[in-house]
Write a protein that binds this ligand. Structure first.
Ligand SMILES: O=c1[nH]c(=O)c2nc[nH]c2[nH]1
Ligand SMILES: [Zn+2]
Length: 521
């Protein structure tokens, strides 16, 4: 039985509960651990509570919600900015994703992705994994055990992809998805922390029957959906060619019942007015990915137009089209993109203001993921998913604060100059899980946890026991020296996954039996 402790947080509290509203106030917030904010902004005290009082240049901010990130593309973050979308997929993206057949590799990289995004203050992420069910299950286990809220979707893709990275049929894609869904239902039956999300990669990589099947999977299991839409002109032309009967890219998804109130559409750079209307009618949401749109020279989405149309909008890092999983960078790029577009189109209203940008990165994300009533801002009854941001000189970051700075200025300086060193604490559901002030003391326990995660995703019991020692040993190395994987014979290998040996246990299983799992709470 988990011991329940009440916690009281005292300090500056900043959030954007609605689009364009910025609240900055001194607050005392009571939180029932593992439950929700009991009372916000009141000075009522709880008995036997643990009290956290912030230092002068620290403040509470809602955890970031990244509504579009490709976990297996993380090793490519920061390179491959020379090609447009379709060529980029072929040259960089499909090769890295296909390497996630190998679970050792998946574990090493996914562990890094989750801990890295947490260090930047992402408390909730909607992940695309690769097409592999075991590696996707592993990512789910990692998020669950490390405490990050996550939607996890294995890619559905059965056409127009390289032979070595393409599902064989609609049927096998659906079966593999069902395996992941049932695995995750055992992991977190209430979907409070981790939930599957149906993930048809994008229209060109799915046959019509698979698009239809994805719509049915989402409806039958009551699951959210994520995909890409209207990112790049070459892609849009391809969709027109592949689906000549459909009026538009949006119509392709609508026709296959993929536009629901729980659908996340990434990019939406070139939507026509009629498509915007359809998306509004279906109450689907958009993940704006401005860094990726700039890196791949895809275009500039007019977010003001989407907001004016009443569409829910959020922000995504879109690693590795986006070069970093840092949500602060997504916010900066959204600001600059909107300002560039405002000047090009000679309409100053297009520029997004700081409170709007912060909303997109928090409450806007929660709304798009269908969890606006639970997370995204500090309201009575919501979960305590919060950051303690520290902008004091002790952090040694380029956020230099002077006496005359107002809290609005301080906030803006953090957004434009801050980094992970300013993320002192990361709380999810009333539990401290990351941040510079959160020290993981017992690394052996962490290793053990990771090992049990790994074990849960393997199929054959014999292989599990045989490899336990090996796994435990390799973790110590992986955690402390992740980069050594890229170096051999004294040379740095740009594509380290090519050097890994494929093993039999990377074959897609028919089903998972989830073993009892250690969660640290
Ligand atoms: O930015 C993108 N990243 C991807 O991995 C992808 N796949 C299809 N369309 C895509 N766009
Ligand atoms: Zn993407």
């Amino acid at each position: 039985m988990v011991q329940v402790i009440d916690i009281i947080f005292v300090g500056k509290l900043i959030h954007t509960p609605s689009l364009g509203t910025l609240e900055i106030e001194d607050a005392t917030v009571g939180v029932h651990q593992d439950e929700t904010i009991r009372f916000a902004k009141s000075h009522h005290m709880l008995k036997n509570a643990e009290v956290h009082v912030l230092k002068p240049l620290q403040f509470f901010f809602p955890g970031f919600i990244d509504t579009h990130i490709h976990a297996p593309q993380y090793p490519n973050a920061g390179f491959g900015i020379d090609l447009p979308l379709l060529k980029w997929l072929e040259k960089y993206t499909f090769p890295i994703e296909s390497s996630f057949r190998n679970l050792d590799r998946a574990l090493e990289i996914y562990y890094r992705v989750v801990t890295r995004t947490l260090s930047y203050g992402t408390t909730f992420a909607s992940y695309f994994s690769s097409l592999h069910t075991p590696a996707s299950a592993l990512l789910a286990e990692l998020c669950f055990s490390l405490g990050q809220r996550a939607y996890i979707g294995k890619c559905n893709m059965n056409t127009l992809s390289p032979a070595h990275y393409c599902e064989k049929s609609c049927k096998s894609s659906v079966e593999a998805t069902n395996v992941l869904v049932s695995f995750m239902s055992q992991l977190d039956p209430n979907r409070k922390f981790v939930s599957p999300i149906i993930t048809p990669r994008f229209a060109p990589s799915c046959t019509k029957d698979l698009l239809k099947a994805c719509g049915e999977l989402a409806a039958n299991h009551d699951l959210p959906i994520q995909t890409h839409i209207s990112e790049n002109l070459g892609e849009i032309a391809l969709v027109r060619e592949l689906f000549p009967d459909r009026k538009s890219y949006t119509d392709v998804y609508d026709h296959h019942s993929l536009l629901t109130p729980k659908t996340v559409l990434a990019h939406a750079v070139y939507l026509e007015d009629e498509e915007i209307e359809t998306i509004y009618k279906r109450q689907s949401g958009i993940s704006h990915c401005p860094t990726s749109n700039a890196v791949l020279a895809s275009g500039m989405a007019n977010i003001r137009k989407l907001l004016d149309a009443g569409i829910k909008v959020s922000l995504g890092t879109d690693v590795s089209g986006g070069y970093t999983p840092n949500m602060l960078v997504a916010i900066r790029q959204a600001a600059l993109t909107s300002r560039s577009l405002a000047s090009v189109l000679r309409d100053s209203r297009i520029a997004l203001e700081l409170p709007e940008l912060l909303y997109l990165a928090t409450q806007g994300g929660a709304e798009v993921l269908g969890r606006g009533h639970e997370v995204g801002s500090f309201e009575e009854g919501k979960a305590w998913d919060a950051l303690v941001v520290d902008v004091s000189s002790e952090t040694n970051t380029p956020v230099d604060i002077y006496e005359r700075d107002t809290w609005e200025n301080i906030l803006s300086k953090w957004v434009f100059n801050g980094d992970d060193r300013n993320v002192a604490q990361v709380w999810v559901n009333g539990k401290l899980i990351a941040g510079t002030e959160c020290k993981i003391e017992d690394t052996s326990l962490l290793n053990l946890n990771l090992a049990s995660i790994y074990m849960n995703t393997l199929t054959s019991p014999e292989k599990k026991s045989l490899r336990l020692q090996e796994i435990l040993e390799s973790f110590t190395k992986t955690i402390t020296l992740p980069v050594t994987q890229c170096v051999s014979d004294g040379k740095v290998h740009a594509e380290p996954w090519k050097h890994s040996v494929e093993r039999e246990d990377t074959i897609e299983p028919k089903s998972f039996e989830r073993k009892q799992f250690l969660r640290s709470t």
